[in-house]
Design a protein around this ligand. Structure first.
Ligand SMILES: [Zn+2]
Length: 335
C-alpha cells in the first residue's frame, strides 16, 4: 500500500448533503418516497456534478435530491453515520462535517431533533470505526438574519455535544461578507469557532473581511491567487485555508490544474488543508485529492503528513483530540 492510503487523514470541509454514499442515498430516496430513475447512470447524473459542470450554480443543482431525502431523524442518523463510516474506510481519522439544519426543519421536525439524530449517527461511526467527527452548522447567505442567528444559537447549544463550529455558505457574490458582520461578531462573543466560505469564485475582499471578523479558517480562499501580499498575511496569521481541488475545478473557480494555486499557497506557508467539499457530488475522496495533488504539484509524503498535522492545529477539535490525531500521524512513520 502506498503512503497516501496509509496516511491518517484529516478532513475539515465536507458537506453532509453532498457526501452521502450513493447506495445509501438510493435507500433514503426509497424510504422517503422520493422518485428516482431506476437506471444507475441516470441516478448518478442527478447527484453528481460531473466533468462537464460549467459553474457553481450548476454544481449546486446536485444537492436538490439529497435535500429531499433528508427529512426525518432516521435519514439524518443514517446519512451521518454512513458518511463518517465511509470516510473512516479511506483513513480519515478526524472529520468535520457541515450542513444547514434550517434547510430541513419543518413544524414536525425541529432543528434540535435533526442535530441530535445526526450527532447520534457520528457517535455510532466513532464507536465502530474510531473516527473522531463533529458537525459545523452552516448559516445560509440567502436566509433572513434572524434565521442565521438561530443557527448560531443552535451551534452554541450543541457545542461539544456533536457540534464544533459555525460556517456561512451559499451565494457569495449575491450576498457578500459585509452583510454578516453582526453574525460573526456574535459568534466571536459566544466563543463559537467559525469558518467562512470566502473567495471560492472571485471576490478576495470576502477573505479579508472573514479575517477581520476573527474566522479561524477560510473555506476555499481561491480568490487570493495572485495576491502575494494577502497570501503572506494569511500565512502569518496561521488561519486555515480549506482547499477543495476537484470541486474548485468543477465550479470553475479555476480553469485547470495549471491555474490551481495549491503549490503557491503551500510554499508561501499558508496553512492549507485538503478536502473533498462533497464526496458524492464531486465523486471523490481525500485519498483521490491527495493523489491528484501528488500528480499535479509533486506533493511529497513529508509535506502531506505535515499538512495533516497543521490541519489538525486549525481544526475545531478539543486539545486532547488534536493530540491523539497528531500522534497517530507521527506513528504512521510517514515523513
Ligand atoms: Zn463548501
Amino acid at each position: 500500500m502506498m503512503w497516501i492510503e496509509r496516511l491518517p487523514k484529516v478532513e475539515l470541509h465536507c458537506h453532509l448533503d453532498g457526501s452521502v454514499p450513493v447506495p445509501v442515498l438510493k435507500r433514503l430516496c426509497l424510504a422517503g418516497n422520493v422518485a428516482i430513475p431506476g437506471d444507475d447512470a441516470e441516478f448518478r447524473k442527478l447527484i453528481e456534478a460531473g466533468e462537464d459542470c460549467g459553474s457553481l450554480t450548476e454544481y449546486l443543482r446536485a444537492f436538490d435530491l439529497p435535500l429531499q431525502c433528508l427529512r426525518t431523524e432516521e435519514a439524518f442518523f443514517t446519512a451521518s453515520y454512513e458518511t463518517a463510516a465511509n470516510a473512516a474506510k479511506e483513513g480519515v481519522c478526524y472529520l468535520e462535517l457541515r450542513f444547514a439544519p434550517l434547510l430541513s426543519e419543518t413544524s414536525k421536525l425541529p432543528a434540535e431533533s435533526i442535530i441530535e439524530a445526526a450527532a447520534a449517527g457520528l457517535e455510532k461511526a466513532a464507536l465502530e470505526q474510531g473516527i473522531h467527527a463533529a458537525f459545523i452548522l452552516c448559516g445560509m447567505r440567502h436566509f433572513k438574519e434572524a434565521e442565521n442567528f438561530r443557527t448560531l444559537k443552535l451551534a452554541k447549544q450543541y457545542l461539544d455535544r456533536g457540534v464544533c463550529g459555525l460556517d456561512l455558505a451559499g451565494d457569495e457574490s449575491a450576498f457578500p461578507n459585509e452583510a454578516f458582520q453582526e453574525y460573526f461578531r456574535r459568534a466571536s462573543r459566544e466563543d463559537i469557532p467559525f469558518t467562512v466560505h470566502s473567495g471560492e469564485c472571485g471576490r478576495k475582499e470576502n477573505i479579508e473581511l472573514a479575517v477581520s471578523y476573527g474566522a479561524g479558517r477560510i473555506g476555499h480562499g481561491i480568490a487570493m491567487k495572485g495576491d502575494v501580499r494577502l497570501q503572506e498575511k494569511i500565512a502569518a496569521s496561521g488561519i486555515g485555508v480549506e482547499m477543495c481541488p476537484s470541486s474548485n475545478l468543477q465550479t470553475k473557480a479555476v480553469t485547470g490544474w495549471e491555474e490551481y494555486p495549491f503549490r503557491d499557497f503551500l510554499d508561501r506557508g499558508v496553512n492549507v488543508s485538503v478536502n473533498t467539499d462533497n464526496r458524492t457530488v464531486t465523486n471523490t475522496t481525500v485519498t483521490t485529492e491527495l493523489k491528484l495533488l501528488q500528480e499535479h504539484f509533486n506533493l511529497t509524503s513529508g509535506e502531506a503528513a505535515e499538512l495533516m498535522k497543521r490541519s489538525m492545529d486549525v481544526s475545531f477539535a478539543q486539545e486532547s483530540t488534536k493530540k491523539i490525531v497528531k500522534k497517530k500521524i507521527d506513528e504512521s512513520g510517514i515523513a
